[in-house]
Design a protein around this ligand. Structure first.
Ligand SMILES: C[S@@+](CC[C@H](N)C(=O)[O-])C[C@H]1O[C@@H](n2cnc3c(N)ncnc32)[C@H](O)[C@@H]1O
Length: 242
């Protein structure tokens, strides 16, 4: 029989003990390809812990890297926006880091917004979560006022779904897949970012490792550059509005 690595077994043993469920059941679920964090029911993200299940993407270390970059680049923001918020991890962690900021976060998935609201309740962090397409649900009053705009949009090309690992394919398709090129959401974010930022405002968008060049040219009227993740792969487009 296939075996799980020791570090995964230790985590499943802890989950079985804390939930009073059978370890064998949890091991079978993991061996069948369910993400470890869905089985545990939560995932750490920077300074917080968020609930995760099949309704949302499991927050990744690369996105924690985005959080850390944002916290280093921005001082005392008043208005923060997180597009494609999923579990709400990034928006909630930014509210934790910047308690004085008003934080807005949007997602097109009703189920993701449900999870984000559950995480707002469990963390006690007051973020405005809104259902809708990218910038659409944001109040017009913050046009040109945003100090920090972050996004981890779907960026896998539709045709690449079958090549993803089994546990990743268990995550919502709407969280993973963009259109035929993978760049569709990034391009739409890039086309509008400058209208929402105030002068001096910062945008950081997570991208796929091969998308750097195309992604930077999408950020219209902004001096966008590519930054790498901890593995040295192109992972973020960053710009400060002049
Ligand atoms: C890669 S996941 C990121 C989730 C979360 N920000 C994180 O980093 O863990 C992308 C998210 O974008 C949402 N999404 C997809 N298309 C969208 C759109 N057009 N407008 C807003 N959200 C969208 C998905 O529902 C999913 O929650």
């Amino acid at each position: 029989m296939e075996e799980l690595p020791a570090h995964e077994m230790r985590r499943l043993e802890a989950a079985a003990a804390s939930d009073g469920v059978s370890l064998d059941d949890l091991v079978s679920r993991r061996l069948a390809g369910e993400p470890l964090q869905y089985i545990e029911g939560s995932a750490p993200f920077g300074p917080i812990e968020v609930r995760v299940d099949q309704r949302v993407l499991v927050p990744r270390p690369e996105t924690e890297g985005l959080y850390e970059m944002a916290v280093k680049m921005v001082r005392n923001p008043e208005i923060v926006v997180d597009l494609c918020t999923g579990s709400g991890a990034l928006a909630l962690a930014l509210k934790h880091a910047f308690p004085g900021a008003t934080v807005f976060a949007t997602d097109i998935s009703e189920e993701a917004i449900e999870v984000a609201l559950e995480n707002r309740l469990s963390t006690g962090l007051d973020v405005y979560f809104a259902l809708g397409d990218l910038f659409d649900p944001l109040p017009a009053s913050i046009l040109g006022q945003v100090d920090l705009l972050v996004a981890n949009p779907p960026y896998v090309p539709k045709g690449d779904f079958a090549d993803l690992p089994e546990d990743v394919r268990r995550e919502p398709e709407v969280a993973l897949l963009a259109g035929p090129t993978g760049l569709e959401h990034i391009q739409r974010i890039g086309a509008s970012a400058t209208r929402w930022l105030r002068p001096g405002g910062v945008v950081i968008c997570e991208i796929g490792e091969t998308q750097g060049v195309s992604a930077t040219t999408s950020f219209v009227d902004l001096p966008a550059v590519v930054r790498q993740d901890l593995s040295g792969r192109d992972r973020y487009v960053v710009a400060v509005k002049p």
